[in-house]
Design a protein around this ligand. Structure first.
Ligand code: MN
Length: 738
């Protein structure tokens, strides 16, 4: 076990001005706080923080970081409070220890998906101070090194988390040695057989090539020296995990792996890097496609080096990295190394907050994450395949909701609870009101606004991406449709009773249920609403002597299709007495107009339909819904005998009409050249849209034109007709209704 004086000695070696008293105070304080606590290995607990501090001392970090490492488990695991640490060690250190405590609490979360929260909070914690993350990585490294003492059932989770989150994070921060060690330790836990097999082959290979590394090192050093390049050449074996990954990635066996060995050439200057590469390439054949110059184009994490692979001594393929000493430190210590290359004073944090490459990357990532805009890139690199097809959002209370990519706030609402989804009428994303159809991004905080007695529009079904939301919408829509048909049926039954001059008594109707072969009043109404039962028959069931209103039953003419109302439509019908829910947020709502009456469709009569400004009437058709006719429409004659099907409806337009409606105009025109062009011009000058024109020659002199034109409202249509009448070629112009 490492001793306190050894730690101080290590720190003093790179930092002669270290505050030894501070380090000692922190050590004594932590030791007292942990008291008789033991590690899983049985060692006194203090052995852990001191090892963590030692790892950070190897990274040559400042006193605050070392002290924070010594204290990192005190708040969470002992009686110590943040306030006490602040009063004894100052605010800087208290903030660091507090950040670590927060991360530690999250470590208790064991569900895999929830590690994303872990990850995010982890990053947000370092938004203030990157040293929190450095201590955390060192803490994890020591815990991984002592994983064998941890209870069996916890080991895999810790190893998975290490492989998923901490190792990639270390890599992204440029700390490759730490990354490799974390990966190896996790790999050994998660795939012990594979690890052992690779390890034993490495042992064999080491035996066989006992002198190979030294030989190549010698040859390289000699060749470079001959060209007057002073270089430090260091060969090494690849680590089991990186060999394993390569075997997986390339689907090859261990024997086929040619570059188990890697050599690093460290020189003084960038210029020497290129000269060294020249020496190597003239001497040994280059393996094509393996040359990469990360000096002229550094990696995102500030990594710089030249990579190449040559067929070296003994026909052995050898991977080479050429770099300067500074690049070497950055590659090994990553962010921590930037502290070593400060040109002026200042703490590492101050250094790091300047625009040094590695920290700039981290800073950007944190900013992106904090903005909640796009953390995709980070997730893709850090969490690899586990998370990149998902987004992670939060409820206002901080609950994490994992959703597939492209999920909407509607999906979010249903993921929280079906009731929340069913009553959702709007949302706030990160505090701002947003459409329910927005695409969510990782880190978004989503608040769902709910409306009383609201039910989800059927159109949502095609917007959502989660199965849960889709199923819930379908279920709710079905019951909403039934409710609407029940309402329609009830209204028709009431009207029929009124026409028959009989009072509608629910008691008597209840008593007649068996005659109607239905078990409840609602069933009767729903059956009438759907057209499975006639309203007349309901009256007859109660009053068998009544003869009925009429014999022949006529249907409303079938239209060629529903008039397509687009999203954001401002049109609403107010149908007195019709029990339908309306959309509370209609004007800006992206929900199609159908939503206004639940899911009972409202449509326009197909030919020469109504335009706003027309007096209109609705005709109820069981099983279909309501068809809107302009009051002057000849088609209404069909329903003269069925007054119980008529509904008073009227326009209810909230804002300046932006929607167009089809109307039909019939013209009688003289057969002169250019007539059609003139008519088309009049219509387009008045902002009408021509949908369709049919022409029929009625005589040698006259042609009848039927023009379907889209207009905003009656005033618009009337203006167009008036303009048409002013043209000499137009003998007459009339609106027609189907
Ligand atoms: Mn710890």
């Amino acid at each position: 076990m490492m001793r306190q004086y050894e730690l101080v000695e290590r720190v003093r070696r790179y930092n002669p001005n270290t505050d030894e008293a501070l380090l000692n105070r922190a050590y004594v304080y932590a030791m007292k706080a942990h008291g008789t606590q033991k590690r899983a290995s049985g060692a006194p607990y203090i052995s852990h923080p001191i090892e963590v501090a030692a790892i950070l001392a190897d990274l040559k970090l400042d006193d605050s970081t070392i002290v924070a490492a010594l204290l990192h488990d005190t708040i969470e695991d002992t009686e110590v409070t943040r306030e006490e640490i602040e009063s004894k060690f100052g605010k800087d250190i208290a903030v660091l220890v507090d950040g670590l405590t927060k991360i530690k609490k999250l470590d208790l979360v064991s569900k895999r998906a929830e590690q994303a929260e872990n990850l995010r909070k982890l990053l947000l914690a370092i938004a203030d101070d990157v040293r929190v993350l450095l201590v955390k990585l060192a803490d994890r490294l020591h815990n991984m090194r002592t994983l064998q003492y941890v209870p069996e059932e916890k080991r895999n989770r810790i190893a998975e988390e290490t492989l998923d989150i901490y190792a990639p994070l270390a890599g992204r921060m440029g700390m490759h040695d730490m990354r490799e060690e974390l990966e190896d330790l996790a790999f050994r836990q998660l795939s012990p057989d594979a690890y052992r097999s690779i390890e034993s082959r490495l042992v064999n290979l080491r035996e066989k090539n006992r002198h190979l590394i030294a030989e190549i090192e010698g040859e390289l050093t000699g060749a470079l020296a001959a060209k007057r390049i002073r270089a430090r050449v260091k060969g090494r074996e690849k680590r089991p995990h990186s060999i394993w990954r390569k075997m997986e990635r390339k689907a090859i066996g261990f024997e086929q792996l040619s570059d188990i060995y890697g050599f690093r050439i460290v020189v003084g200057t960038v210029e020497e890097c290129y000269r060294a590469i020249g020496v190597v390439h003239t001497r040994w054949p280059v393996v094509p496609g393996r040359f990469k110059d990360y000096i002229s184009t550094p990696k995102q994490n500030d990594y710089r080096s030249i990579h190449t692979t040559v067929v070296g001594p003994g026909r052995q393929r050898v991977e080479l990295q050429v770099r300067t000493r500074e690049m070497e430190d950055v590659a090994e210590y990553g962010i921590a190394a930037h502290a070593l290359y400060k040109d002026s004073g200042g703490t590492p944090t101050e250094m790091l907050s300047r625009d040094s490459g590695a920290y700039a990357w981290l800073r950007r990532t944190i900013e992106l994450l904090a903005e909640g805009s796009s953390s995709e890139e980070f997730l893709e690199h850090t969490k690899l395949e586990l998370f990149h097809d998902q987004v992670f959002c939060f409820t206002p209370k901080g609950r994490l909701i994992a959703l597939p990519r492209k999920a909407t706030p509607i999906d979010f609402a249903y993921a929280v609870h079906t009731d929340v989804g069913n009553s959702a009428i709007g949302c706030k994303i990160n505090g701002k009101v947003a459409p329910l159809v927005s695409e969510l991004a990782t880190g978004d905080e989503v608040e769902i606004l709910r409306g009383e007695g609201h039910s989800p529009p059927a159109a949502w079904e095609s917007i959502v991406v989660t199965g849960k939301a889709r199923a819930a919408i379908r279920r709710s829509t079905r019951s909403a449709v039934r409710k609407q048909y029940t309402g329609l049926g009830q209204r028709m039954v009431e009207r029929t009773f009124a026409r028959a001059g009989k009072p509608l008594s629910t008691e008597r109707l209840q008593a007649a249920l068996s005659r109607l072969a239905r078990s409840s009043l609602d069933d009767v109404y729903a059956a009438v609403g759907r057209g499975e039962m006639r309203a007349d028959d309901v009256v007859k069931a109660v009053h068998p002597d009544w003869r009925g209103e009429r014999k022949a039953k006529k249907e409303a003419p079938r239209s060629e299709g529903w008039f397509g109302l687009s999203r954001g439509s401002s049109l609403k019908f107010r149908i007195p007495g019709f029990r339908g829910s309306s959309t509370p947020n209609a004007p800006s709502s992206p929900i199609p107009i159908r939503g206004i009456n639940g899911d009972l469709p409202v449509r326009f009569a197909p030919d020469g339909g109504a335009v706003p400004g027309d007096r209109i009437v609705g005709i109820m058709t069981p099983g279909e819904g309501i068809t809107i006719y302009p009051i002057q429409s000849p088609a209404l004659k069909e329903f003269d005998d069925e007054p119980h099907r008529w509904l008073d409806v009227r326009w209810d337009i909230d804002e300046a009409a932006a929607q167009r409606y089809p109307a039909r105009v019939k013209l009688m025109c003289s057969n002169a050249p250019g007539t059609l062009a003139q008519i088309a011009q009049v219509i387009s000058e008045h902002a009408g849209n021509i949908d369709n024109i049919r022409m029929a020659r009625r005589s040698p002199d006259f042609t009848e034109m039927t023009i379907d034109v889209e207009v905003y409202d009656l005033k618009h249509l009337t203006a167009i007709i008036a303009q048409l009448r002013t043209k000499p070629v137009v003998a007459s112009a009339e609106r027609v209704n189907g």
